[in-house]
Design a protein around this ligand. Sequence first.
Ligand SMILES: CC(C)(COP(=O)(O)OP(=O)(O)OC[C@H]1O[C@@H](n2cnc3c(N)ncnc32)[C@H](O)[C@@H]1OP(=O)(O)O)[C@@H](O)C(=O)NCCC(=O)NCCS
Length: 208
Amino acid sequence: MNHPDPNTVYPIEGVTRTCYLKNIITNPQILVGDYTYYDDPIDIYNFEKNVLYLFEFMKDTLIIGKFCQIATGVRFIMNGGNHAMDGVSTYPFKVMGKSWAAAPVNTVSKGDTIIGNDVWIGNGVTFMQGITVGDGAIIGTNSLVTKNVEPYTIVGGNPAKPIRKRFDEETIEFLLELSWWNWHIEKITENLNAIISGDFKVLKTIHP
Ligand SMILES: CC(C)(COP(=O)(O)OP(=O)(O)OC[C@H]1O[C@@H](n2cnc3c(N)ncnc32)[C@H](O)[C@@H]1OP(=O)(O)O)[C@@H](O)C(=O)NCCC(=O)NCCS
């Protein structure tokens, strides 16, 4: 079958604003799944510049699943931007080095940022550190995500709050079990109509 090649930078012929993201990432602390794309009419390489405060010494990771849709200007605040607040000063003395190199570390980690599969992230969204976003979630334009987002939930605002669930709980459970994004690409291609239209009759015959 002649489906788009996940190992190509530009999946859409003649279009350079949309890239399969995993193919342009250089930082080993950023992991991106197949078919996840980033769109940016100015420069697709802005994506990595917008993963902020991602330092090797913090050992944190940004993990993004498959088939995510990421719009222009999405930003991730990583743990290197977390100054400890429980002392007197929040100033990062150690990082400045010289005779301060032996000072205690005062950067704190809230863990990895994990974005599930088939997540649609709107224009200008910012994620705070250590956030997990469930499969099938949608993040509205310009949201500031400060809390985890449940699967198949639409959130929006600053701070982002749930707007609504995309399906009832039973259907969400079924879809998480279905995990169509993990199917072989031929099987996905054969069942695009059912996946796009939400034809549960068909989907239930594939995954009873
Ligand atoms: C979040 C989103 C998917 C919701 O779509 P929708 O359900 O059709 O939206 P509606 O206009 O019916 O709004 C539903 C509610 O969500 C609120 N809302 C919509 N978008 C919002 C956003 N970005 N931030 C905060 N609240 C938002 C509306 O105010 C409304 O609230 P109410 O129920 O209290 O009146 C959509 O608004 C959005 O942000 N899409 C992303 C677009 C984008 O950035 N695309 C990038 C290129 S692909």
